[in-house]
Design a protein around this ligand. Structure first.
Ligand SMILES: Cc1cc2nc3c(=O)[nH]c(=O)nc-3n(C[C@H](O)[C@H](O)[C@H](O)COP(=O)(O)OP(=O)(O)OC[C@H]3O[C@@H](n4cnc5c(N)ncnc54)[C@H](O)[C@@H]3O)c2cc1C
Ligand SMILES: *[C@@H]1O[C@H](CO)[C@@H](O)[C@H](O)[C@H]1NC(C)=O
Length: 480
């Protein structure tokens, strides 16, 4: 067992709690997974005076293609948690907005200032692993937190009342052990081992992102996320994540015709379809990265949150709730959730975390309160993905309408929703249906004369498609 604790002078009470964590494996809170959510939560609760055990299966710097662009809303939440420092010293790149291209046309979408005199909001893009190491360092520096390298294997439950008491673990060298706490928090990410039986829904995978790291690529609009759209292929994202490095994520739904085995699979699709569509300054680095063969992929899932009913257990982060990573909203939701949970489970609201009834009641409060920071991001990511991936003719009409909407200069609202700055579902609803109506107008204007007799049918069909795109997510996110 590797125990890490970076502190010296602490009070006798805290020292006793530390010893209880280290020797007896007991704490107030046991967090499984020192990723984006788990590390931030450990700091937030530790600073409230809770005794926290943070378990992580590998404390090595992660090397992953996820969680690399933090929206301004996420930077704000990180600031509220007193963790803004974690963005320093990791060669992070400021993000000031988006640059969207569609069939050769482009439009710039800056993050807007709240008032003319306020500074423009900024996001940050970085190497995921470096940021995670900073978050973990912050947890280790907290005297009330003990970080342990061990993998949680299963929950330990009380045999007569089904309360979760802790977890069984195994270390890299095969030693098994147990850790106990009043409250166990599962934050083990997208492929959570512990959802089954404790979560109402299971993830739906809509596509995969294939990622490559480009060296010294020149993008048309530095310090901006790039979204490449086109009516024939699903969206491609590009953003700089370090002085020399740029991430490209290529969305590939299942059964994409240009990625079939006969056409050379995903690699064939990347070489034949994606390469020629990239900005000139990215093509060389893309080809080099492709030839180096370091392509990696991750599933893009949708998972609505559900309220947990198991006493002694809560589920957070990707284990609880997922949305399409197209809009880079996952970490923003995670940090907003930590801000909410810190308040909902504060020592003032819940003096004793062993009071499982009280905790469950507060988690019901959390379920509704967190929607303020998560619903808009979740609905927008899924609806926008449907439009940007445009799998049928009606969606292509909406995709074109969406780009025209941006071209008209109506970007302030939409990008503030995406950035996690505006959190009002009504604003999202308004823009979405404005796009739908603009799409119909564009369809009318750009239809050939002989097609006009079909316009009434076509427009109803497009409108129905728009409703089908958004209402299921509105229902799941706002009402359930
Ligand atoms: C392709 C892709 C790109 C993305 N890009 C972005 C982006 O640009 N911006 C953004 O905001 N969001 C992005 N996201 C979403 C974001 O990465 C997640 O929402 C976020 O990482 C969730 O944090 P988490 O702490 O729940 O999970 P994770 O960050 O995955 O952390 C889980 C941790 O638990 C550990 N663990 C797992 N199992 C165990 C176990 N049994 N015992 C102990 N430890 C365990 C893991 O090692 C890991 O450290 C992306 C997602 C995908 C799929
Ligand atoms: C640790 O917990 C104690 C209560 O046990 C609290 O007084 C103290 O502020 C906490 N320390 C830090 C650095 O958060």
């Amino acid at each position: 067992m590797a125990t890490t604790n970076g502190h010296t002078a602490i009070s006798a009470v805290d020292a006793a709690a530390e010893e209880r964590r280290r020797l007896h494996h007991e704490s107030d809170v046991l967090i499984v997974g020192a990723g984006v959510l788990g590390s931030a939560l450990a700091v937030a609760l530790g600073r409230q005076g809770r005794s926290v055990l943070l378990l992580e299966s590998s404390l090595k710097e992660p090397d992953r293609i996820i969680g690399e662009l933090l929206q301004p809303g996420g930077v704000q939440a990180l600031e509220q948690l007193g963790l803004r420092d974690c963005l320093e010293g990791i060669d992070a790149v400021p993000v000031r907005g988006y640059h969207v291209s569609y069939q050769g046309d482009t439009v710039d979408i800056p993050y807007p200032k709240e008032t003319p005199s306020s500074p423009a909001p900024e996001g940050r893009a970085f190497h995921h692993g470096r940021f995670i190491m900073k978050l973990r360092e912050a947890a280790m520096a907290c005297p009330n937190v003990t970080v342990v390298e061990a993998k949680a294997m299963e929950l330990v439950t009380c045999s007569f009342n089904d309360n979760v008491l802790g977890v069984k673990t195994v270390t890299k060298d095969g030693k098994t052990d147990c850790y106990f706490a009043d409250l166990t928090v599962v934050a083990d990410g997208y492929a959570s081992k512990f959802r089954k039986g404790h979560h109402e829904y299971s993830p739906k995978v809509r596509s995969k992102f294939f990622g490559l790291e480009l060296i010294d690529a020149a993008l048309p609009k530095p310090f901006h996320g790039h979204i490449l759209l086109n009516s024939e292929t699903p969206p491609v994202l590009l953003y700089q994540i370090g002085t020399h490095e740029t991430r490209i994520l290529v969305d590939i739904p299942e059964n994409l015709p240009s990625a079939t085995v006969e056409k050379g699979g995903v690699k064939g699709h990347l070489r034949n379809v994606i390469l020629p569509s990239l900005p000139k300054g990215a093509q060389g680095p893309f080809l080099q990265a492709l030839e180096k063969g370091q392509m990696r992929s991750m599933p893009n899932s949708f998972l609505p949150a559900s309220t947990n009913k198991t006493p002694g257990l809560i589920m957070l982060g990707d284990a609880l709730n997922m949305r399409h990573p197209l809009t880079g909203g996952g970490m923003t939701v995670a940090f907003s959730d930590v801000v909410v949970i810190r308040d909902v489970l504060s020592p003032e609201n819940v003096p004793n975390l062993a009071d499982t009834k009280k905790v469950l009641k507060q988690m019901e409060v959390f379920h509704w309160k967190r929607k303020h920071g998560s619903s808009v991001i979740n609905i927008l990511s899924m609806a926008l993905y449907s439009l940007f991936a445009a799998g049928n003719p009606n969606l292509k009409v909406l995709q074109r309408g969406c780009f025209r909407y941006f071209q008209l200069g109506i970007t302030k609202g939409p990008v503030s929703l995406l950035a996690g700055i505006i959190k009002e579902p009504l604003v999202l609803f308004w823009h979405f249906f404005s796009v739908a109506f603009l799409s119909l107008w564009v369809l009318f204007r750009e239809s050939a004369l002989y097609m006009l007799p079909f316009f009434p049918f076509q427009s109803i069909s497009v409108f129905v498609t728009a409703c089908v795109v958004i209402f299921p997510y509105i229902y799941m996110e706002l009402l359930k």
